[in-house]
Design a protein around this ligand. Sequence first.
Ligand code: MSS
Length: 366
Amino acid sequence: PAEAKPFPPYVAWKNQSQMIQHTATTIETKRSAYGTSIVTPADRLYIRNNLPAPDASIVNDRDGWSMAVEGVRSPRTLTVRELKSMGIETTATVLQCSGNGRGYFPSKPSGTKWQVGAAGCVIWSGVPVRSVVAALGGLADGARFITGTGGEKLPDGIDPKSVMVERSVPITNLEDALLAWEMNGEPLPHAHGGPLRLIVPGYSGVNNIKYIKRLAFTAQESDAAIQKTGYRISPPGQKHSPSEPSVWEMGLKSWINGPGPDTGPVKAGTVQIHGVAMGGMQAVKRVDVSIDGGQTWREAKLVGPDLGRFAWRQFVLPVKLEPGTYQLVCRAQDVKFNWQEETTPENSGGYLNAGWRAHGFSVTVA
Ligand code: MSS
């Protein structure tokens, strides 16, 4: 099995027994490895790289890392040391790959067949992007997007636009976006984008640029392929086109982690059904659990401190189960009274699957 393969050097420090390695650049958390507290430990947080990660030596001098800022009144290159003098903020967000849940689309779109594990809840600390903008004299005229560029060395002999990791998000994210140098109380690991990463709360993984080397406030979206034609919601089987919606905001979503399809046999008696729920841009208000595939529902209890609207909530429902087979599903409601969708329509990239039915599974109680 894929899990047996040792992890490549840049992620060798990960807890390999708690993860599923699809490839050297796509590694997910096992459903059973999320636990019941809120924050996902770094050593089991998923990994996704579109390009090979830069050399780990880039974190040898973290404070010396520099990032160019463009599209402000006084454009400049700033070091992490300088950024640290401009402000500090800490935010918990769900970091989730756009393709998380792709493995549950019936048509099996191409790309990594992520189940639930290309996600985690992470605490970031860094400087608000808006503070950096203020320190550099404010936005230049016409800025409509925040565009971040990854610090990877690009392969020779290829059009850089075809491979570079550069994404644009609407300027409205100035409110909440962060340039983070710490993750879960530690210097940001190189594998997760250290020394410096752009965090766009509520937006899917690809918009959170690792090892950021350029931050530009632009009039247009990036013309890099990853923005122009990649990561778009297109009809099944069709190529992405720039006119289709970009994979930006995440949706309302929840899933059960335990007992799970990978937690082994369940003993009859009282079972604590638990999982996670996230609202995308809105806080989660409520989670319902069903043991009969959605015919009847019971409200679960939200567990632990509320880390803000961009974090996920853990939930639990104690249920007495007799021997038999049960179909476990859950669905979340946000503070605007929207319910999680039952089925996410197929799209060619297999993005943003948040359908509650597809994330369910059956357990046998003996
Ligand atoms: N950044 C950079 N620089 N590069 C790359 O490749 N990727 C993406 C993000 N960012 C990249 C970046 C993706 S795609 C994702 S998910 C994320 O990141 C991940 O993260 P981690 O830390 O987990 O690895 Mo899908 O939507």
